[in-house]
Design a protein around this ligand. Structure first.
Ligand code: BGC
Length: 805
């Protein structure tokens, strides 16, 4: 492909605008006339979800077979960016083979609440950990000449009303919590694209947000790639283009293009903006075209072993009272359907069609264990209630064996894109099963599956818990490797496991109301909250056991007194004091001893996974710079260090600090917001119930409405749920709730704005039908007629549409 600037110079306004709109669901537009090839973008990111055009059905059900690695919640527990790079390279190869130019991931949204339905697709509650891991992954994929899409930018921490809700978040929390992971990944790995989120950020749509897309992403962080809308995240196309969004996906079937051209012609939009955006798209296409390789050879199964090793590096041993690894001479009851039919990924757009699925039962049998099996429960959510006969049979089997290993956790319906979990419990049948099995046999081990924390009412009655998370297609083998002791577990939790949902910081604010969700807890998510209020948790952030033991010693810092512009080198030693090789994840936290602004007790600033032979000792060296001591200062719109003493804490988890040093950092005096009078709750209060005026003080503006104006007419930016404010809207909502099965489909049907029905259907659902629908919902005359008029054309379009989704 020729130089993008040369091509751009020859293009008409219409052509440039057209380039900023996809060709279909999965392709960017090619233009033969200019030698611009058509590139393909596909979901993943723990595998590749490429539509199989040979098969009928949408890509959700008909995608090409792909290696399925563990999902991000799992790989995050590795704390190993290099491992993510290896995984990224493998996926890059798969993309080359399938002629995919951009892999749509990684997802790095912050885990604000354990209930977010998409937590399994995200890394962590900590931005430094998430950012470093994302950078590792992006570097891996992009080293193969394939692009990535860092998503969802930003503050997309819930599925409930994700397409319409406004995330009301103060600037400091936005910067320190919700943007830092993006910043690290953008600066360290330069993703080719960044994907907008659907939600509004402080009332402004992600795809129209000048503050996040232009002021921060491009101007501050120097991002020079393409900002692509999440599929259907475009609201006002010309405004979005102006405010930083380059590419509308999927195709708007020409309507976005027409709006851009009209806006330029009316003087509302400057043509130079279109030039800039089209150039970004051209550069992306060129990079992908240059990276493409003809007839690239790749066999997914060649990476089966890599997938198994990766899963083995991630699973977290939460508890072990001397029972693991399993002894070979014992009779073991394997209990739970998931032992034979593993849960290995979540649902929604990241769903991979795996090339093979290993299960723990067969893998343990292959290692020579003497096993018996009982299913223990039925899988489907409808049967999630207790099943006495299955539980009884499992308990009887457990009583006859030396050890019982129960495979339990979140079943498929609990974790999906599109909707959040309603509670933090496991299916009742699983809890009851574990309780009864542990009663029948005190030597009970639980292997948990799931992408997000669960309550564990049986925690004290079992001898060991292995959190296998969602291990991908080779996860069953990894579980067997760890249970047998062939692999020494080395994962640590990338998120806190609270005791119960009631303990979580956002429980009173999440998922908010119809129009908004308020981040009243501000910067206090995850361990930042539990530490601050000294709440006991089930398992702290950064926790994980090993079959060996480690000792930390010899902490040294390069200076005890530095200026804010100096770097500080922190060194210490870690020794494997046990008798088998293993890996330890050493974590470095920084604590501001005294500050004017409220701050967490400590924050993760660096970490290192160290592989050690039995008896081996290694020195770890980590470097801290200004940012490690700074907070985001809204008084000066910059990162500020307040002079004073800081503790340097080296630990095996956020709750297990092994070594401490102190450094004095001097900084230039600047104005620092002081909320001690206006919002004292953030210093030492109950963050679960922040009074209005204190949140307003930190937010710096009045609270936006939590509900839509009941008298405002329904428009195409509404969805069936928000249209409930009218009489017909309520009727329609109730009808659809009954007709469409609960879950992903229902969430899409009820919470997708009507404007998206138009754009995502490539115009099959026409603007006229949408207008008719609004009329109907508003009780105006002529709506039904208008809808019916458009139906024949819509029906004719459905077939071709389904072929491309
Ligand atoms: C998801 C994205 C995904 C896109 C394309 C959206 O609904 O939020 O993560 O990449 O669809 O499938």
């Amino acid at each position: 492909m020729n130089d993008p600037r040369e091509i751009l110079a020859q293009m008409t306004l219409e052509e440039k605008a057209a380039l900023c709109d996809g060709r279909d669901f999965w392709h960017l537009k090619g233009m033969d006339k200019y030698g611009i090839p058509e590139i393909m973008v596909c979901d993943g990111p723990h595998g590749l979800r490429k539509k199989d055009y040979e098969k009928t059905g949408s890509s959700l059900t008909a995608s090409v077979g792909s290696i399925c690695f563990p999902t991000a919640a799992t790989t995050a527990a590795s704390w190993d960016p290099d491992m993510l790079t290896e995984m990224g390279k493998a996926l890059g190869k798969k993309c080359l083979k399938e002629k995919v130019g951009v892999l749509l991931g990684p997802g790095i949204n912050m885990k604000r609440s354990p209930l977010c339905g998409r937590n399994f697709e995200y890394f962590s509650e900590d931005p430094v950990l998430a950012g470093e891991l994302a950078a590792g992954f992006i570097n891996g994929v992009q080293s193969m000449g394939v692009g990535t899409s860092l998503k969802h930018f930003c503050v997309n921490s819930q599925e409930t009303r994700r397409m319409t809700v406004s995330e009301v978040v103060d600037e400091r929390a936005l910067r320190e919590i919700y943007l830092t992971a993006f910043e690290i990944a953008v600066k360290k790995a330069k993703p080719w694209t960044v994907m907008n989120s659907y939600n509004r950020i402080n009332e402004v749509h992600g795809s129209e947000n000048k503050h996040t897309q232009i002021e921060i992403l491009r101007n501050e962080w120097g991002f020079d790639g393409v900002v692509v809308s999440d599929w259907g995240a475009v609201n006002n196309r010309p405004l979005g283009l102006k405010n930083g969004n380059d590419l509308e996906m999927p195709s708007s079937a020409g309507s976005g293009t027409a709006k851009i051209v009209a806006a330029v012609q009316s003087g509302e939009l400057d043509e130079s903006v279109v030039d800039e955006r089209a150039l970004n798209v051209l550069k992306l296409i060129k990079k992908a075209a240059d990276g493409a390789v003809d007839n690239y050879e790749y066999n997914d199964l060649d990476d089966q072993q890599l997938a198994r090793e990766i899963a083995g590096k991630c699973m977290v041993l939460l508890k072990n009272e001397g029972i693991l690894p399993l002894a070979k001479d014992k009779k073991i009851a394997i209990i739970g359907d998931m032992a034979k039919n593993p849960r290995y990924q979540g649902a929604g757009s990241s769903q991979i069609n795996p090339t093979r699925i290993d299960n723990a039962f067969d893998e343990l049998a292959a290692l020579g264990f003497n096993l018996e099996y009982a299913p223990g429960y039925e899988r489907s959510i409808k049967k999630a209630k207790k099943n006495p006969p299955l539980i009884k049979a499992a308990a009887e089997l457990a009583a006859q064996c030396d050890i019982a290993v129960v495979f339990a956790g979140l079943t498929d319906d609990f974790e999906s894109e599109g909707y959040d979990r309603q509670h933090m419990e496991m299916p009742a049948s699983h809890n009851e099963l574990i309780k009864e099995v542990a009663k029948a046999n005190p030597n009970t081990v639980v292997v948990l599956a799931g992408g997000s924390p669960v309550e564990m009412p049986w925690i004290d009655s079992v001898k060991a818990i292995l959190n296998s998370y969602l291990g991908g297609q080779a996860g069953g083998g990894a579980v067997a490797d760890i249970l047998s002791g062939n692999v020494n577990p080395s994962g640590k939790l990338p998120e806190t496991y609270p005791i119960s949902y009631g303990d979580t910081p956002a429980k009173n604010y999440y998922p908010g109301n119809m129009a908004s969700v308020e981040h009243r807890e501000s910067i206090y998510i995850g361990y930042r909250y539990y530490d601050k209020v000294k709440k006991t948790v089930a398992y702290p952030f950064g926790f994980g056991l090993s079959y060996t033991t480690f000792e930390y010693s010899d902490l040294a810092i390069s200076a005890s007194d530095i200026s804010e512009d100096d770097t500080l080198t922190v060194t210490f030693k870690v020794k494997n004091t046990g008798d088998r090789a293993g890996a330890e994840i050493a974590q470095l936290y920084v604590a501001d001893k005294e500050s004017t602004i409220f701050r967490p007790e400590k924050e993760l600033k660096a970490f290192k996974k160290v592989w050690l032979e039995a008896g081996e000792e290694k020195e770890v060296s980590l470097t801290l710079s200004k940012r490690a001591f700074a907070f985001y200062n809204t008084a000066v719109n910059d990162w500020t260090v307040e002079s004073g003493a800081f503790d340097i804490l080296v630990g095996a988890s956020s709750a297990d600090i092994k070594l401490t040093a102190s450094v004095y950092v001097s900084a230039a005096p600047v104005k620092i917001p002081d909320y001690r009078q206006s919002a004292p709750v953030y210093y030492d209060g109950d963050m679960q119930t922040i009074p209005d005026e204190q949140f307003v003080a930190v937010l710096g503006r009045e609270l936006p409405p939590t509900e839509y104006d009941p008298d405002s007419p329904v428009s195409i930016t509404d969805c069936f749920e928000s249209a409930m404010r009218t009489k017909n809207g309520r009727k329609m909502f109730n009808l659809l709730s009954k007709l469409v099965p609960a879950g992903f489909a229902q969430a899409i049907a009820l919470q997708t704005p009507f404007r998206d029905f138009i754009s995502m259907s490539g115009g099959v659902f026409s603007e006229s039908i949408a207008e008719g629908l609004c009329k109907l919902l508003n009780g105006q005359k002529g709506g039904v007629r208008q809808i019916l008029k458009g139906i024949p054309k819509a029906i004719a379009g459905v077939g071709p549409l389904l072929k491309q989704i």
